[in-house]
Design a binder for this molecule. Structure first.
Ligand code: ZN
Length: 410
């Protein structure tokens, strides 16, 4: 297991934070740093057709070792880490044989990783936990996924007695800023289906995600000297507050779970003359999603009517869709992943993602792509952690998927 730990540590100590405000590809130059290391390593372990394109996408091939037709499958992970928290100078801490008690991440700053708050920690009692030192994120999202895929390919190369078809692997930049799938060349990848290794807890297997849209509300007011404003001033911020109240107050991220959708106001910028609200609109169910978008528009229409003018403009843009529609016709790809997990004693946890993945976009580009656990918890912040045992389990699952796909094609 030390081998995969070392590999994981090598990746997380290279800063690859992406930047949502840079339209360039990749959004940060430093993502190349890890990409180049990976290209060398993939060649070194013996993969073929290793490519790194101009946009920082890596692809590579493990050729089939059987003489019959097996569908080509793929495994995908992302190079970047979240813009939400710094990934500079990650100093991983190791907690072998974790005893289930509080972990002091940082003594000076009194940062504690506690199972009384993060109950999931207790799942890993007795295992080797890898945490941060409280000053950065860890980057298990998604360098755990990369380490697992590379380790699985290495294992398959070293164990030719395990029979498998052609396997393609892909590492993408800028997943965390929603662009990981944008320039992914599905044709060049050439797989019939793939899996992103980008989930959290051991056992997670996901093939449903939100339907997603962004909603921008612009409210135009009128500024007048406050001393002479009666009947003249229109305060766009007051109207914004009416708009906010016009949406159901309990359908927000902090009050919903499971398959419940929401409206989420994530940014508000205003002065008397003009206020801008930025929302995201989410629902797993396509009909409910369409209803939500309609409802959003109706709140504006109603207020415009009351105010007697078109003061409120609404712009709604679809962002991504639930991959379920693309996975259901090929459910055997989920079945194989489930079976691969059961083979190593994992109970699959199938649930709907309350977000999107690269896989949802890839599924709509013609590459059905469920998401499998990579093992980490508390992504995008200082409390992120992963158990070394989880890295190993995910690696085993990849190997099993490769083997099962060949067995079923016989
Ligand atoms: Zn991720």
């Amino acid at each position: 297991m030390q081998h995969i730990i070392d590999r994981f540590v090598k990746y997380i100590t290279i800063d690859t934070q992406s930047n949502p405000n840079n339209p360039a590809f990749p959004s940060t130059e430093k993502q190349w740093d890890l990409a180049k290391v990976l290209v060398d390593e993939l060649k070194e372990i013996g993969l073929e057709d290793v490519t790194l394109d101009d946009n920082c996408y890596i692809m590579a091939t493990l050729p089939s070792n059987v003489d019959f037709e097996v569908p080509t499958i793929g495994f995908i992970a992302h190079i970047d880490t979240s813009p939400d928290y710094t990934g500079t100078n990650v100093k991983p801490q190791f907690h072998p044989n974790y005893n289930g008690e509080d972990i002091v991440l940082n003594k000076e700053e009194n940062i504690i990783l506690s199972p009384s708050y993060f109950e999931d920690l207790l799942l890993y009692k007795g295992q080797t936990l890898i945490t941060t030192d409280g000053t950065t994120l860890l980057g298990a999202d998604d360098k755990a996924g990369i380490a697992e895929i590379v380790s699985a390919m290495e294992y398959l190369i070293e164990h030719p007695e395990i029979k498998h078809g052609k396997i393609r692997i892909g590492f993408t930049p800028d997943e965390e800023v929603g662009k990981g799938a944008h320039l992914f060349d599905v044709d060049a990848f050439g797989a019939e289906w793939a899996y992103t290794m980008d989930g959290s807890q051991v056992g997670e297997l996901e093939y449903e995600n939100f339907n997603a849209a962004g909603g921008k509300v612009t409210i135009n007011g009128k500024i007048v000297h406050p001393g002479y404003a009666k009947g003249k001033m229109i305060n766009s911020m007051s109207i914004a507050s009416d708009f906010i109240k016009g949406l159901p107050s309990n359908e927000v991220p902090e009050q919903t779970t499971g398959y419940e959708g929401f409206f989420h106001l994530h940014s508000m910028n205003g002065e008397v003359e003009k206020t801008e609200l930025q929302y995201i609109i989410r629902d797993h169910d396509m009909d409910l999603f369409e209803k939500r978008k309609k409802q959003f528009q109706e709140v504006a229409d109603k207020l415009n009517k009351e105010l007697g003018g078109n003061l409120i403009e609404v712009e709604i843009k679809d962002q991504y869709f639930n991959m379920r529609e693309k996975i259901e016709p090929v459910m055997h790809i989920v079945d194989i992943a489930e079976e691969a997990m059961k083979q190593v004693g994992i109970t699959p946890l199938i649930k709907a993602i309350r977000g999107g993945t690269d896989g949802s976009q890839l599924s709509y580009k013609g590459l059905p792509c469920p998401n499998i656990f990579a093992g980490g918890h508390n992504f995008h912040g200082r409390y992120e952690y992963v158990a070394a045992e989880s890295l190993q389990l995910a690696t085993d699952v990849i190997v099993n998927i490769a083997q099962l796909t060949a067995e079923k094609a016989k």
